[in-house]
Design a protein around this ligand. Structure first.
Ligand code: MTE
Length: 313
């Protein structure tokens, strides 16, 4: 069988973890522009901010060692394929994502059912090296390939009533056997405020380590929100809805006292059953301190200036 390479698949030899650097000053200037403009018209401002070249070229990266690809693709949370960390890889082997479509609805001028491949076509695929940190206190550093979520959302022309964006995973208990058990209220759902959705750090990922995203990591398209706990980064998305009110999210519905809507990585707020101060980077022996906003405080803290983060956890 001939497998046609996807446009965003780069030969492995070209995926270099070096140089891993961060141009903080440029980033800060850009973030400042967004912050100020956001107050006037969030959608227009965010669109303008997305044109900033540095974001588009994906220079926002980290001077941290990458997690081994084998670990990032075999130690997963994806309850649609089982609840043990090794289940998703094993149980998603035959999951087919051909002819994938995404239904766009709610407060926007261009609702409809969009073909995934066609939807992605206009956008350059960038590499962004981000941390993903899970509530269970482990973290990884992964080279994601994706497109800023805001660039995609702007195309649907959200109305001024759209204050939030809700995401939905595929519901198909035959293809996703984990859905035959009611461990969560299926389909998996997540949501972001506009400001979060339009922030240039938020991407829709279609690949990692220079390859198409493996099934167990959320094929064919998943969210990556690097300053939030991993469960916000919803996988295998088939639905996007613009809403006026805060949407329901799976983990918040399952355990509201443990998982809030915001879920920003916050070492100062304990999970009711454990501390969130320290974490284990997969591949390392000793724990390290967890950073506020997963280390992205300079870029995103201002989004929450008006919120008490111990209440809005
Ligand atoms: N998305 C769906 N649809 N179902 C899930 O069970 N698990 C979440 C998130 N997205 C999950 C999901 C959790 S808890 C985490 S930590 C991350 O995916 C894990 O992403 P990774 O397996 O690529 O590291």
């Amino acid at each position: 069988m001939i497998r046609i390479k996807k446009r965003w698949e780069i030969p492995e030899s070209e995926v270099t973890p070096e140089p891993l650097y961060r141009r903080r000053r440029e980033f800060m200037q850009a973030a400042g522009t967004i912050g100020g403009a956001m107050l006037l018209n969030p959608w227009a401002a965010a669109q303008a901010a997305l044109q900033i070249d540095d974001y588009q070229r994906g220079v926002v990266t980290l001077d941290e060692e990458l997690t081994e690809e084998a670990d990032a693709t075999s130690y997963n949370n994806f309850y649609e394929f089982g609840t043990d960390k090794e289940d998703p890889k094993r149980n998603s082997k035959r999951f087919k994502t051909d002819d994938w479509t995404i239904e766009v609805s709610g407060e926007c001028a261009k609702p409809g059912t969009y073909d995934f491949e066609a939807l992605m076509k206009p956008f350059p695929i960038e590499e962004r090296i981000y941390r993903l940190r899970c509530v269970e206190a482990w973290s990884m550093v992964i080279p994601w390939l994706g497109v800023p979520l805001g660039s995609i959302l702007a195309g649907f022309k959200p109305t001024s009533k759209a204050k939030y964006v809700a995401f939905r995973t595929l519901y198909d208990p035959v293809r996703m056997p984990g859905q035959q058990r009611s461990v969560l209220n299926w389909p998996y759902r997540e949501g972001l405020t506009i400001a979060e959705a339009m922030h240039p750090l938020t991407i829709m990922s279609v690949g990692m380590y220079g390859k198409t995203i493996p099934n167990q990591n959320g094929a064919p398209i998943r969210l990556v929100v690097p300053w939030k706990y991993g469960f916000k980064s919803i996988k295998s998305i088939v639905g996007i809805e613009f809403t006026e009110t805060q949407p329901q999210t799976s983990w918040n519905m399952a355990a509201p006292s443990e998982y809030g809507f915001y879920s920003n990585v916050n070492p100062e707020v304990d999970h009711p059953r454990w501390s969130q101060k320290r974490e284990r980077r997969i591949g390392e022996i000793f724990k390290r301190d967890t950073l506020m906003f997963n280390g992205y405080a300079e870029e995103v803290a201002e989004l929450y200036d008006d919120l008490d983060l111990t209440v809005n956890f």
